[in-house]
Write a protein that binds this ligand. Structure first.
Ligand SMILES: [Zn+2]
Length: 129
């Protein structure tokens, strides 16, 4: 493998890495405090060049009596003046299992929504100072 080869990580690898990191963080905090993070699993450009991202918001910690990993998948448009900047596609997709990718279906649906939004949204990219 040459040194110029770029590593392209799949969405599930990004999600799994984030879950793993959050599990460690949760343990380091003595299982007292829920921890959360967002993992970007898709990115589209809209008609004006603004970014429409698909994010998985992941939380590890107590949910009632049990420790679980919760996933919510959201489509976020960063376009300035966008009329629909946040589309929540799933909420509290709960699982506590390292096997398989049960978030795949939700992720694919979210990617389709992000693409559909990107194709009709005309909000401009936000200025970057
Ligand atoms: Zn938009």
């Amino acid at each position: 493998m040459s040194s110029t080869t770029r590593t392209v990580r799949s969405a599930i690898e990004i999600v799994n890495d984030t879950v793993e990191r959050l599990r460690l963080e949760y343990r380091h905090r003595g299982h007292q405090e829920n921890v959360s993070a967002s993992a970007q699993v898709g990115l589209f450009g809209n008609l004006s060049g603004a970014e429409v991202a698909v994010e998985q918001r992941i939380e590890v910690g107590k949910n009632g009596e049990y420790v679980s990993v919760r996933h919510a998948i959201a489509v976020i448009c960063a376009g300035f003046g966008c009329t629909e900047p946040l589309i929540e596609t799933t909420r509290n997709l709960i699982f506590d299992c390292d096997h398989g990718d049960i978030t795949e279906q939700g992720r694919l649906a979210a990617r389709q929504q992000a693409q559909a939004h990107a194709e009709k949204c005309r909000a401009m990219p936000r200025p970057t100072n």
